[in-house]
Design a binder for this molecule. Structure first.
Ligand code: CA
Length: 266
């Protein structure tokens, strides 16, 4: 089974640093986006620690006895512990934390896990479906029927997350299992994408580049920046089960200044 994936991260137009981090491992089908928070560059430390923990626990050969949701929770617990330990060691990092959304792909099955408001979407043909439910204050109000999704998108409290790695001794991640159909795309992103673009714009932008994931990532980042670029923006596009029409020629990996990009197959 061929997996194709690409990612891009960008500082955006207004923030002084990029506190997002990402992981793309085609070898073991592991993909992750972390969106760090906390002043004085602490956000970068938190998102970097989370990605490092995910890499160490998940980006390796796995035994058949490993139940994937357990393994994913172990990675997330490890990330949480490392951030908490760093805060203990360096009090100036108090208050730092990070979101995390990850996908682990095994053949046509894949698992999505998240903490915070970084998102996973599934794009299937002309449909986009959010696979994660934001752990955010405004999303709680949406669930309670007190705000519409449109109001939540504009609410000044939209950046307040209700769960993050590093905010306590333990953290509860949501883990779901999905089955991919040929041509499905998984999109992982930090809120710098979906706070600038609505779902239909994300869908239309990603679909223009269905056969060229690298181009799709670039277009999504460019569209977020064209819409204001108010936050760091990170996107990963993964095609888990091969393309619908098997004529894709993988392009060479391209890295832009200040960005990371990777494409390939295994
Ligand atoms: Ca963000």
């Amino acid at each position: 089974m061929t997996i194709c994936a690409c990612g891009q991260t960008d500082r955006g137009l207004l923030r002084p640093h990029n506190e997002d981090a990402l992981l793309i491992s085609l070898d073991h089908g592991v993909f992750a986006v972390a969106d760090g928070m906390g002043g004085h560059a602490a956000g970068e430390v938190a998102s970097g620690l989370a990605i490092e923990a995910v890499r160490e626990v998940l980006d390796r050969p796995r035994s058949p006895e490993d139940a994937m949701p357990d393994l994913i929770r172990r990675a997330i617990d490890e990330a949480n512990r490392r951030i908490a330990d760093r805060i203990q060691l360096r009090p100036e990092y108090r208050g730092m934390g990070t979101t995390l959304v990850l996908a682990v792909v095994e053949g046509e099955r894949y698992w999505i896990a998240h903490v915070g408001d970084s998102r996973a979407y599934r794009i299937r043909g002309s449909e986009i479906r959010q696979l994660t439910s934001d752990h955010s204050f405004v999303n709680e109000l949406v669930r309670l029927g007190m705000l519409s999704r449109e109001q939540a998108a504009r609410d000044p409290r939209r950046n307040v997350v209700t769960r993050a790695l590093g905010s306590g001794p333990s953290v509860a991640a949501d883990v779901v299992e999905e089955v991919a159909q040929p041509g499905d795309l998984i999109l992982l992103c930090s809120d710098g994408l979906n706070s600038m673009l609505d779902d239909q714009t994300i869908l239309a932008t990603a679909r223009t580049a269905e056969q060229d994931l690298d181009d799709g990532c670039r277009r999504l980042v460019a569209a977020a920046n064209a819409a204001g670029g108010e936050d760091n923006v990170t996107v990963i596009l993964v095609q888990p089960a091969g393309s619908r029409v098997d004529t894709t020629t993988p392009t060479q990996p391209v890295t832009m200044p200040g960005s990371e990009s990777k494409e390939g197959q295994d």
